[in-house]
Design a protein around this ligand. Structure first.
Ligand code: SAM
Length: 263
């Protein structure tokens, strides 16, 4: 009786927190997903799987509410600007934070690209039922943070899309991790694959001191926004709208101004 009363008075235990990751969890075997196979949410009928805490952590935040909130916020923002049968390229797609929401549009075709192999392998498996319209490409590019064994320089990589074939390129929290030379190369590639008038959504961090243009390493890059928009313009990507801050990053909407590249 007393025990029952005490139990009623004591607060219920908090939800169990995700199991701690081993200190060397980034040193996983890159051909296996087993470190990443511990989802908290079971797969629901006709639902899209939710990636594990470890995968989400590598893509910016392990927190489930943040993962879902950021994905939804980006999907709502991008969806407003999509044409009828859109082709979307998600550069630095991580473990499908945005793809899970874009997938709800049955007319949308999507290619996700990332240098982090476990995220790509997970997405291929999770989206296997829609492989005809959702494609995930791994690129073994070098990044001290995200792919330290990568064998290809980012500046040597061509995006896996034909010239002028994509309506919208999304870079959600990618340029917040790119060295300047890699960013410049990607801007050129984004302009190449976008259709004339196609759009890019790019988020950045902008905490630089006066006179500073690019600061940090691949853990976190901050840049001067005026300089960044100049680089965009040099690639033919013209600033259409400073959308504002989305979950702590400033998002820019840019339009491909190149009418025809003579190809
Ligand atoms: C902070 S995460 C964001 C992932 C995803 N866009 C999202 O919002 O969940 C940054 C992602 O960029 C990827 N990345 C970093 N450098 C890259 C590069 N040079 N090319 C392609 N992807 C890269 C990382 O592997 C990681 O998945």
């Amino acid at each position: 009786m007393l025990r029952r009363l005490l139990r009623r008075l004591s607060p219920s235990p908090p939800n169990p927190s995700p199991p701690p990751l081993p200190a060397d969890w980034r040193g996983f075997d890159r051909d296996t997903l087993h470190h990443f196979d511990a989802p908290e949410l079971p797969l629901q009928p006709h639902g899209m799987a939710v990636p594990s805490y470890a995968l989400r952590t590598e893509a910016g935040t392990g927190d489930l509410a943040m993962f879902l909130g950021i994905g939804e916020a980006w999907a709502q923002m991008v969806a407003r600007f999509l044409p009828d049968e859109p082709v979307v390229l998600d550069l630095g797609c991580g473990c499908g934070k945005l793809a899970r929401f874009l997938h709800l549009n049955p007319r949308l075709r999507y290619v996700g690209v990332d240098i982090f192999l476990p995220g790509i392998l997970w997405c291929r498996r999770a989206f296997a039922g829609s492989a005809d319209r959702f494609r995930f490409e791994h690129f073994d590019g070098y990044s001290a943070t995200y792919n330290p064994d990568g064998r290809i320089a980012v500046t040597d990589y061509s995006l896996p899309a034909a010239d002028a074939s994509v309506d919208v390129v999304v870079c959600s929290s990618l340029f917040t991790h790119l060295l300047e030379a890699d960013a410049i190369h990607y801007l050129g590639e984004i302009a190449r694959v976008l259709k004339p008038g196609g759009q890019a959504f790019i988020s950045v961090h902008n905490a630089v001191a006066p006179g500073e243009r690019w600061r940090g390493d691949e853990e976190r890059i901050d840049l001067d926004e005026d300089y960044f928009l100049e680089l965009c313009a040099m690639s033919g990507l013209i600033a259409e709208e400073p959308i504002g801050e989305v979950y702590g990053q400033v998002v820019h909407r840019l339009r491909n101004s190149v009418a025809s590249r003579g190809r």
